[in-house]
Ligand binder design. Structure first.
Ligand SMILES: O=C(O)CCC(=O)C(=O)O
Ligand SMILES: [Fe+2]
Length: 200
């Protein structure tokens, strides 16, 4: 398998075969059944186009009080456990020593996007963020440690995995757009991105 290094992000195209992708989607259906997707508001009061939920001890939430991790879903309930199918990918690529305590699930429907940002709400940046893409293709944009400057873009496809760690742990990134309907993995189309994080 050819592995790519884009500004320190380790990109593993096609890392997960179709069978594993389907198993992940099946487990995620259970997670979303227990912890429904919601549309977060930015601290500025704008609705994000991506819908989200989480699994694990912590989930990532955003509302007018700001971005943060929470031990409960906005509906007040604890998040469901991270499925073993997800933990297996982390174990294979990141660590046997410690498991992630958050798996953020992002769902991109038609027209959804995510602006350039850093993942910096975790306590210890020596742990990488592991990202898994499922379903429709998404155009990842990668910038720099500081805000601004040039960017590079790369289409992520279903089964691709990205490790954002080391010196690149705080590199800005975002998803400009998806190619809605480009994959048949998810009934009804769209893109799911999972990011596994060590929060505390
Ligand atoms: O959807 C993606 O590929 C990236 C998601 C992301 O950057 C995040 O959830 O922080
Ligand atoms: Fe991110």
């Amino acid at each position: 398998m050819t592995e790519l290094d884009l500004r320190g992000f380790r990109i593993l195209p096609g890392y997960l075969d179709k069978g594993v992708q389907e198993a992940l989607v099946s487990d995620l259906r259970d997670v979303v059944g227990a912890a429904p997707l919601f549309s977060p508001m930015t601290p500025m009061g704008r609705k994000m186009s991506v819908r989200m939920t989480s699994a694990g001890r912590y989930g990532w939430i955003s509302d007018t009080k700001g971005y943060r991790y929470s031990e409960t879903h906005p509906n007040g309930q604890a998040w469901p456990a991270i499925p073993p199918t997800v933990l297996n990918v982390w174990r294979a690529l990141v660590s046997d020593a410690r498991a992630p305590d958050c798996c953020l699930i992002n769902y991109y429907g038609e027209g959804a996007r995510m602006g350039l940002h850093q993942d910096r709400d975790e306590a210890d940046f020596t742990w990488p963020v592991l990202s898994i893409s499922l379903g429709d293709e998404g155009l990842l944009r990668i910038g720099n440690l500081a805000r601004g400057g040039s960017t590079v873009s790369h289409w992520l496809r279903s089964g691709d995995v990205v490790v954002m760690g080391g010196d690149a742990r705080l590199v800005h990134h975002g998803v400009d757009k998806i190619r809605f309907g480009s994959s048949s993995l998810l009934n009804g189309g769209g893109r799911i991105n999972l990011t596994c994080r060590v929060v505390d």
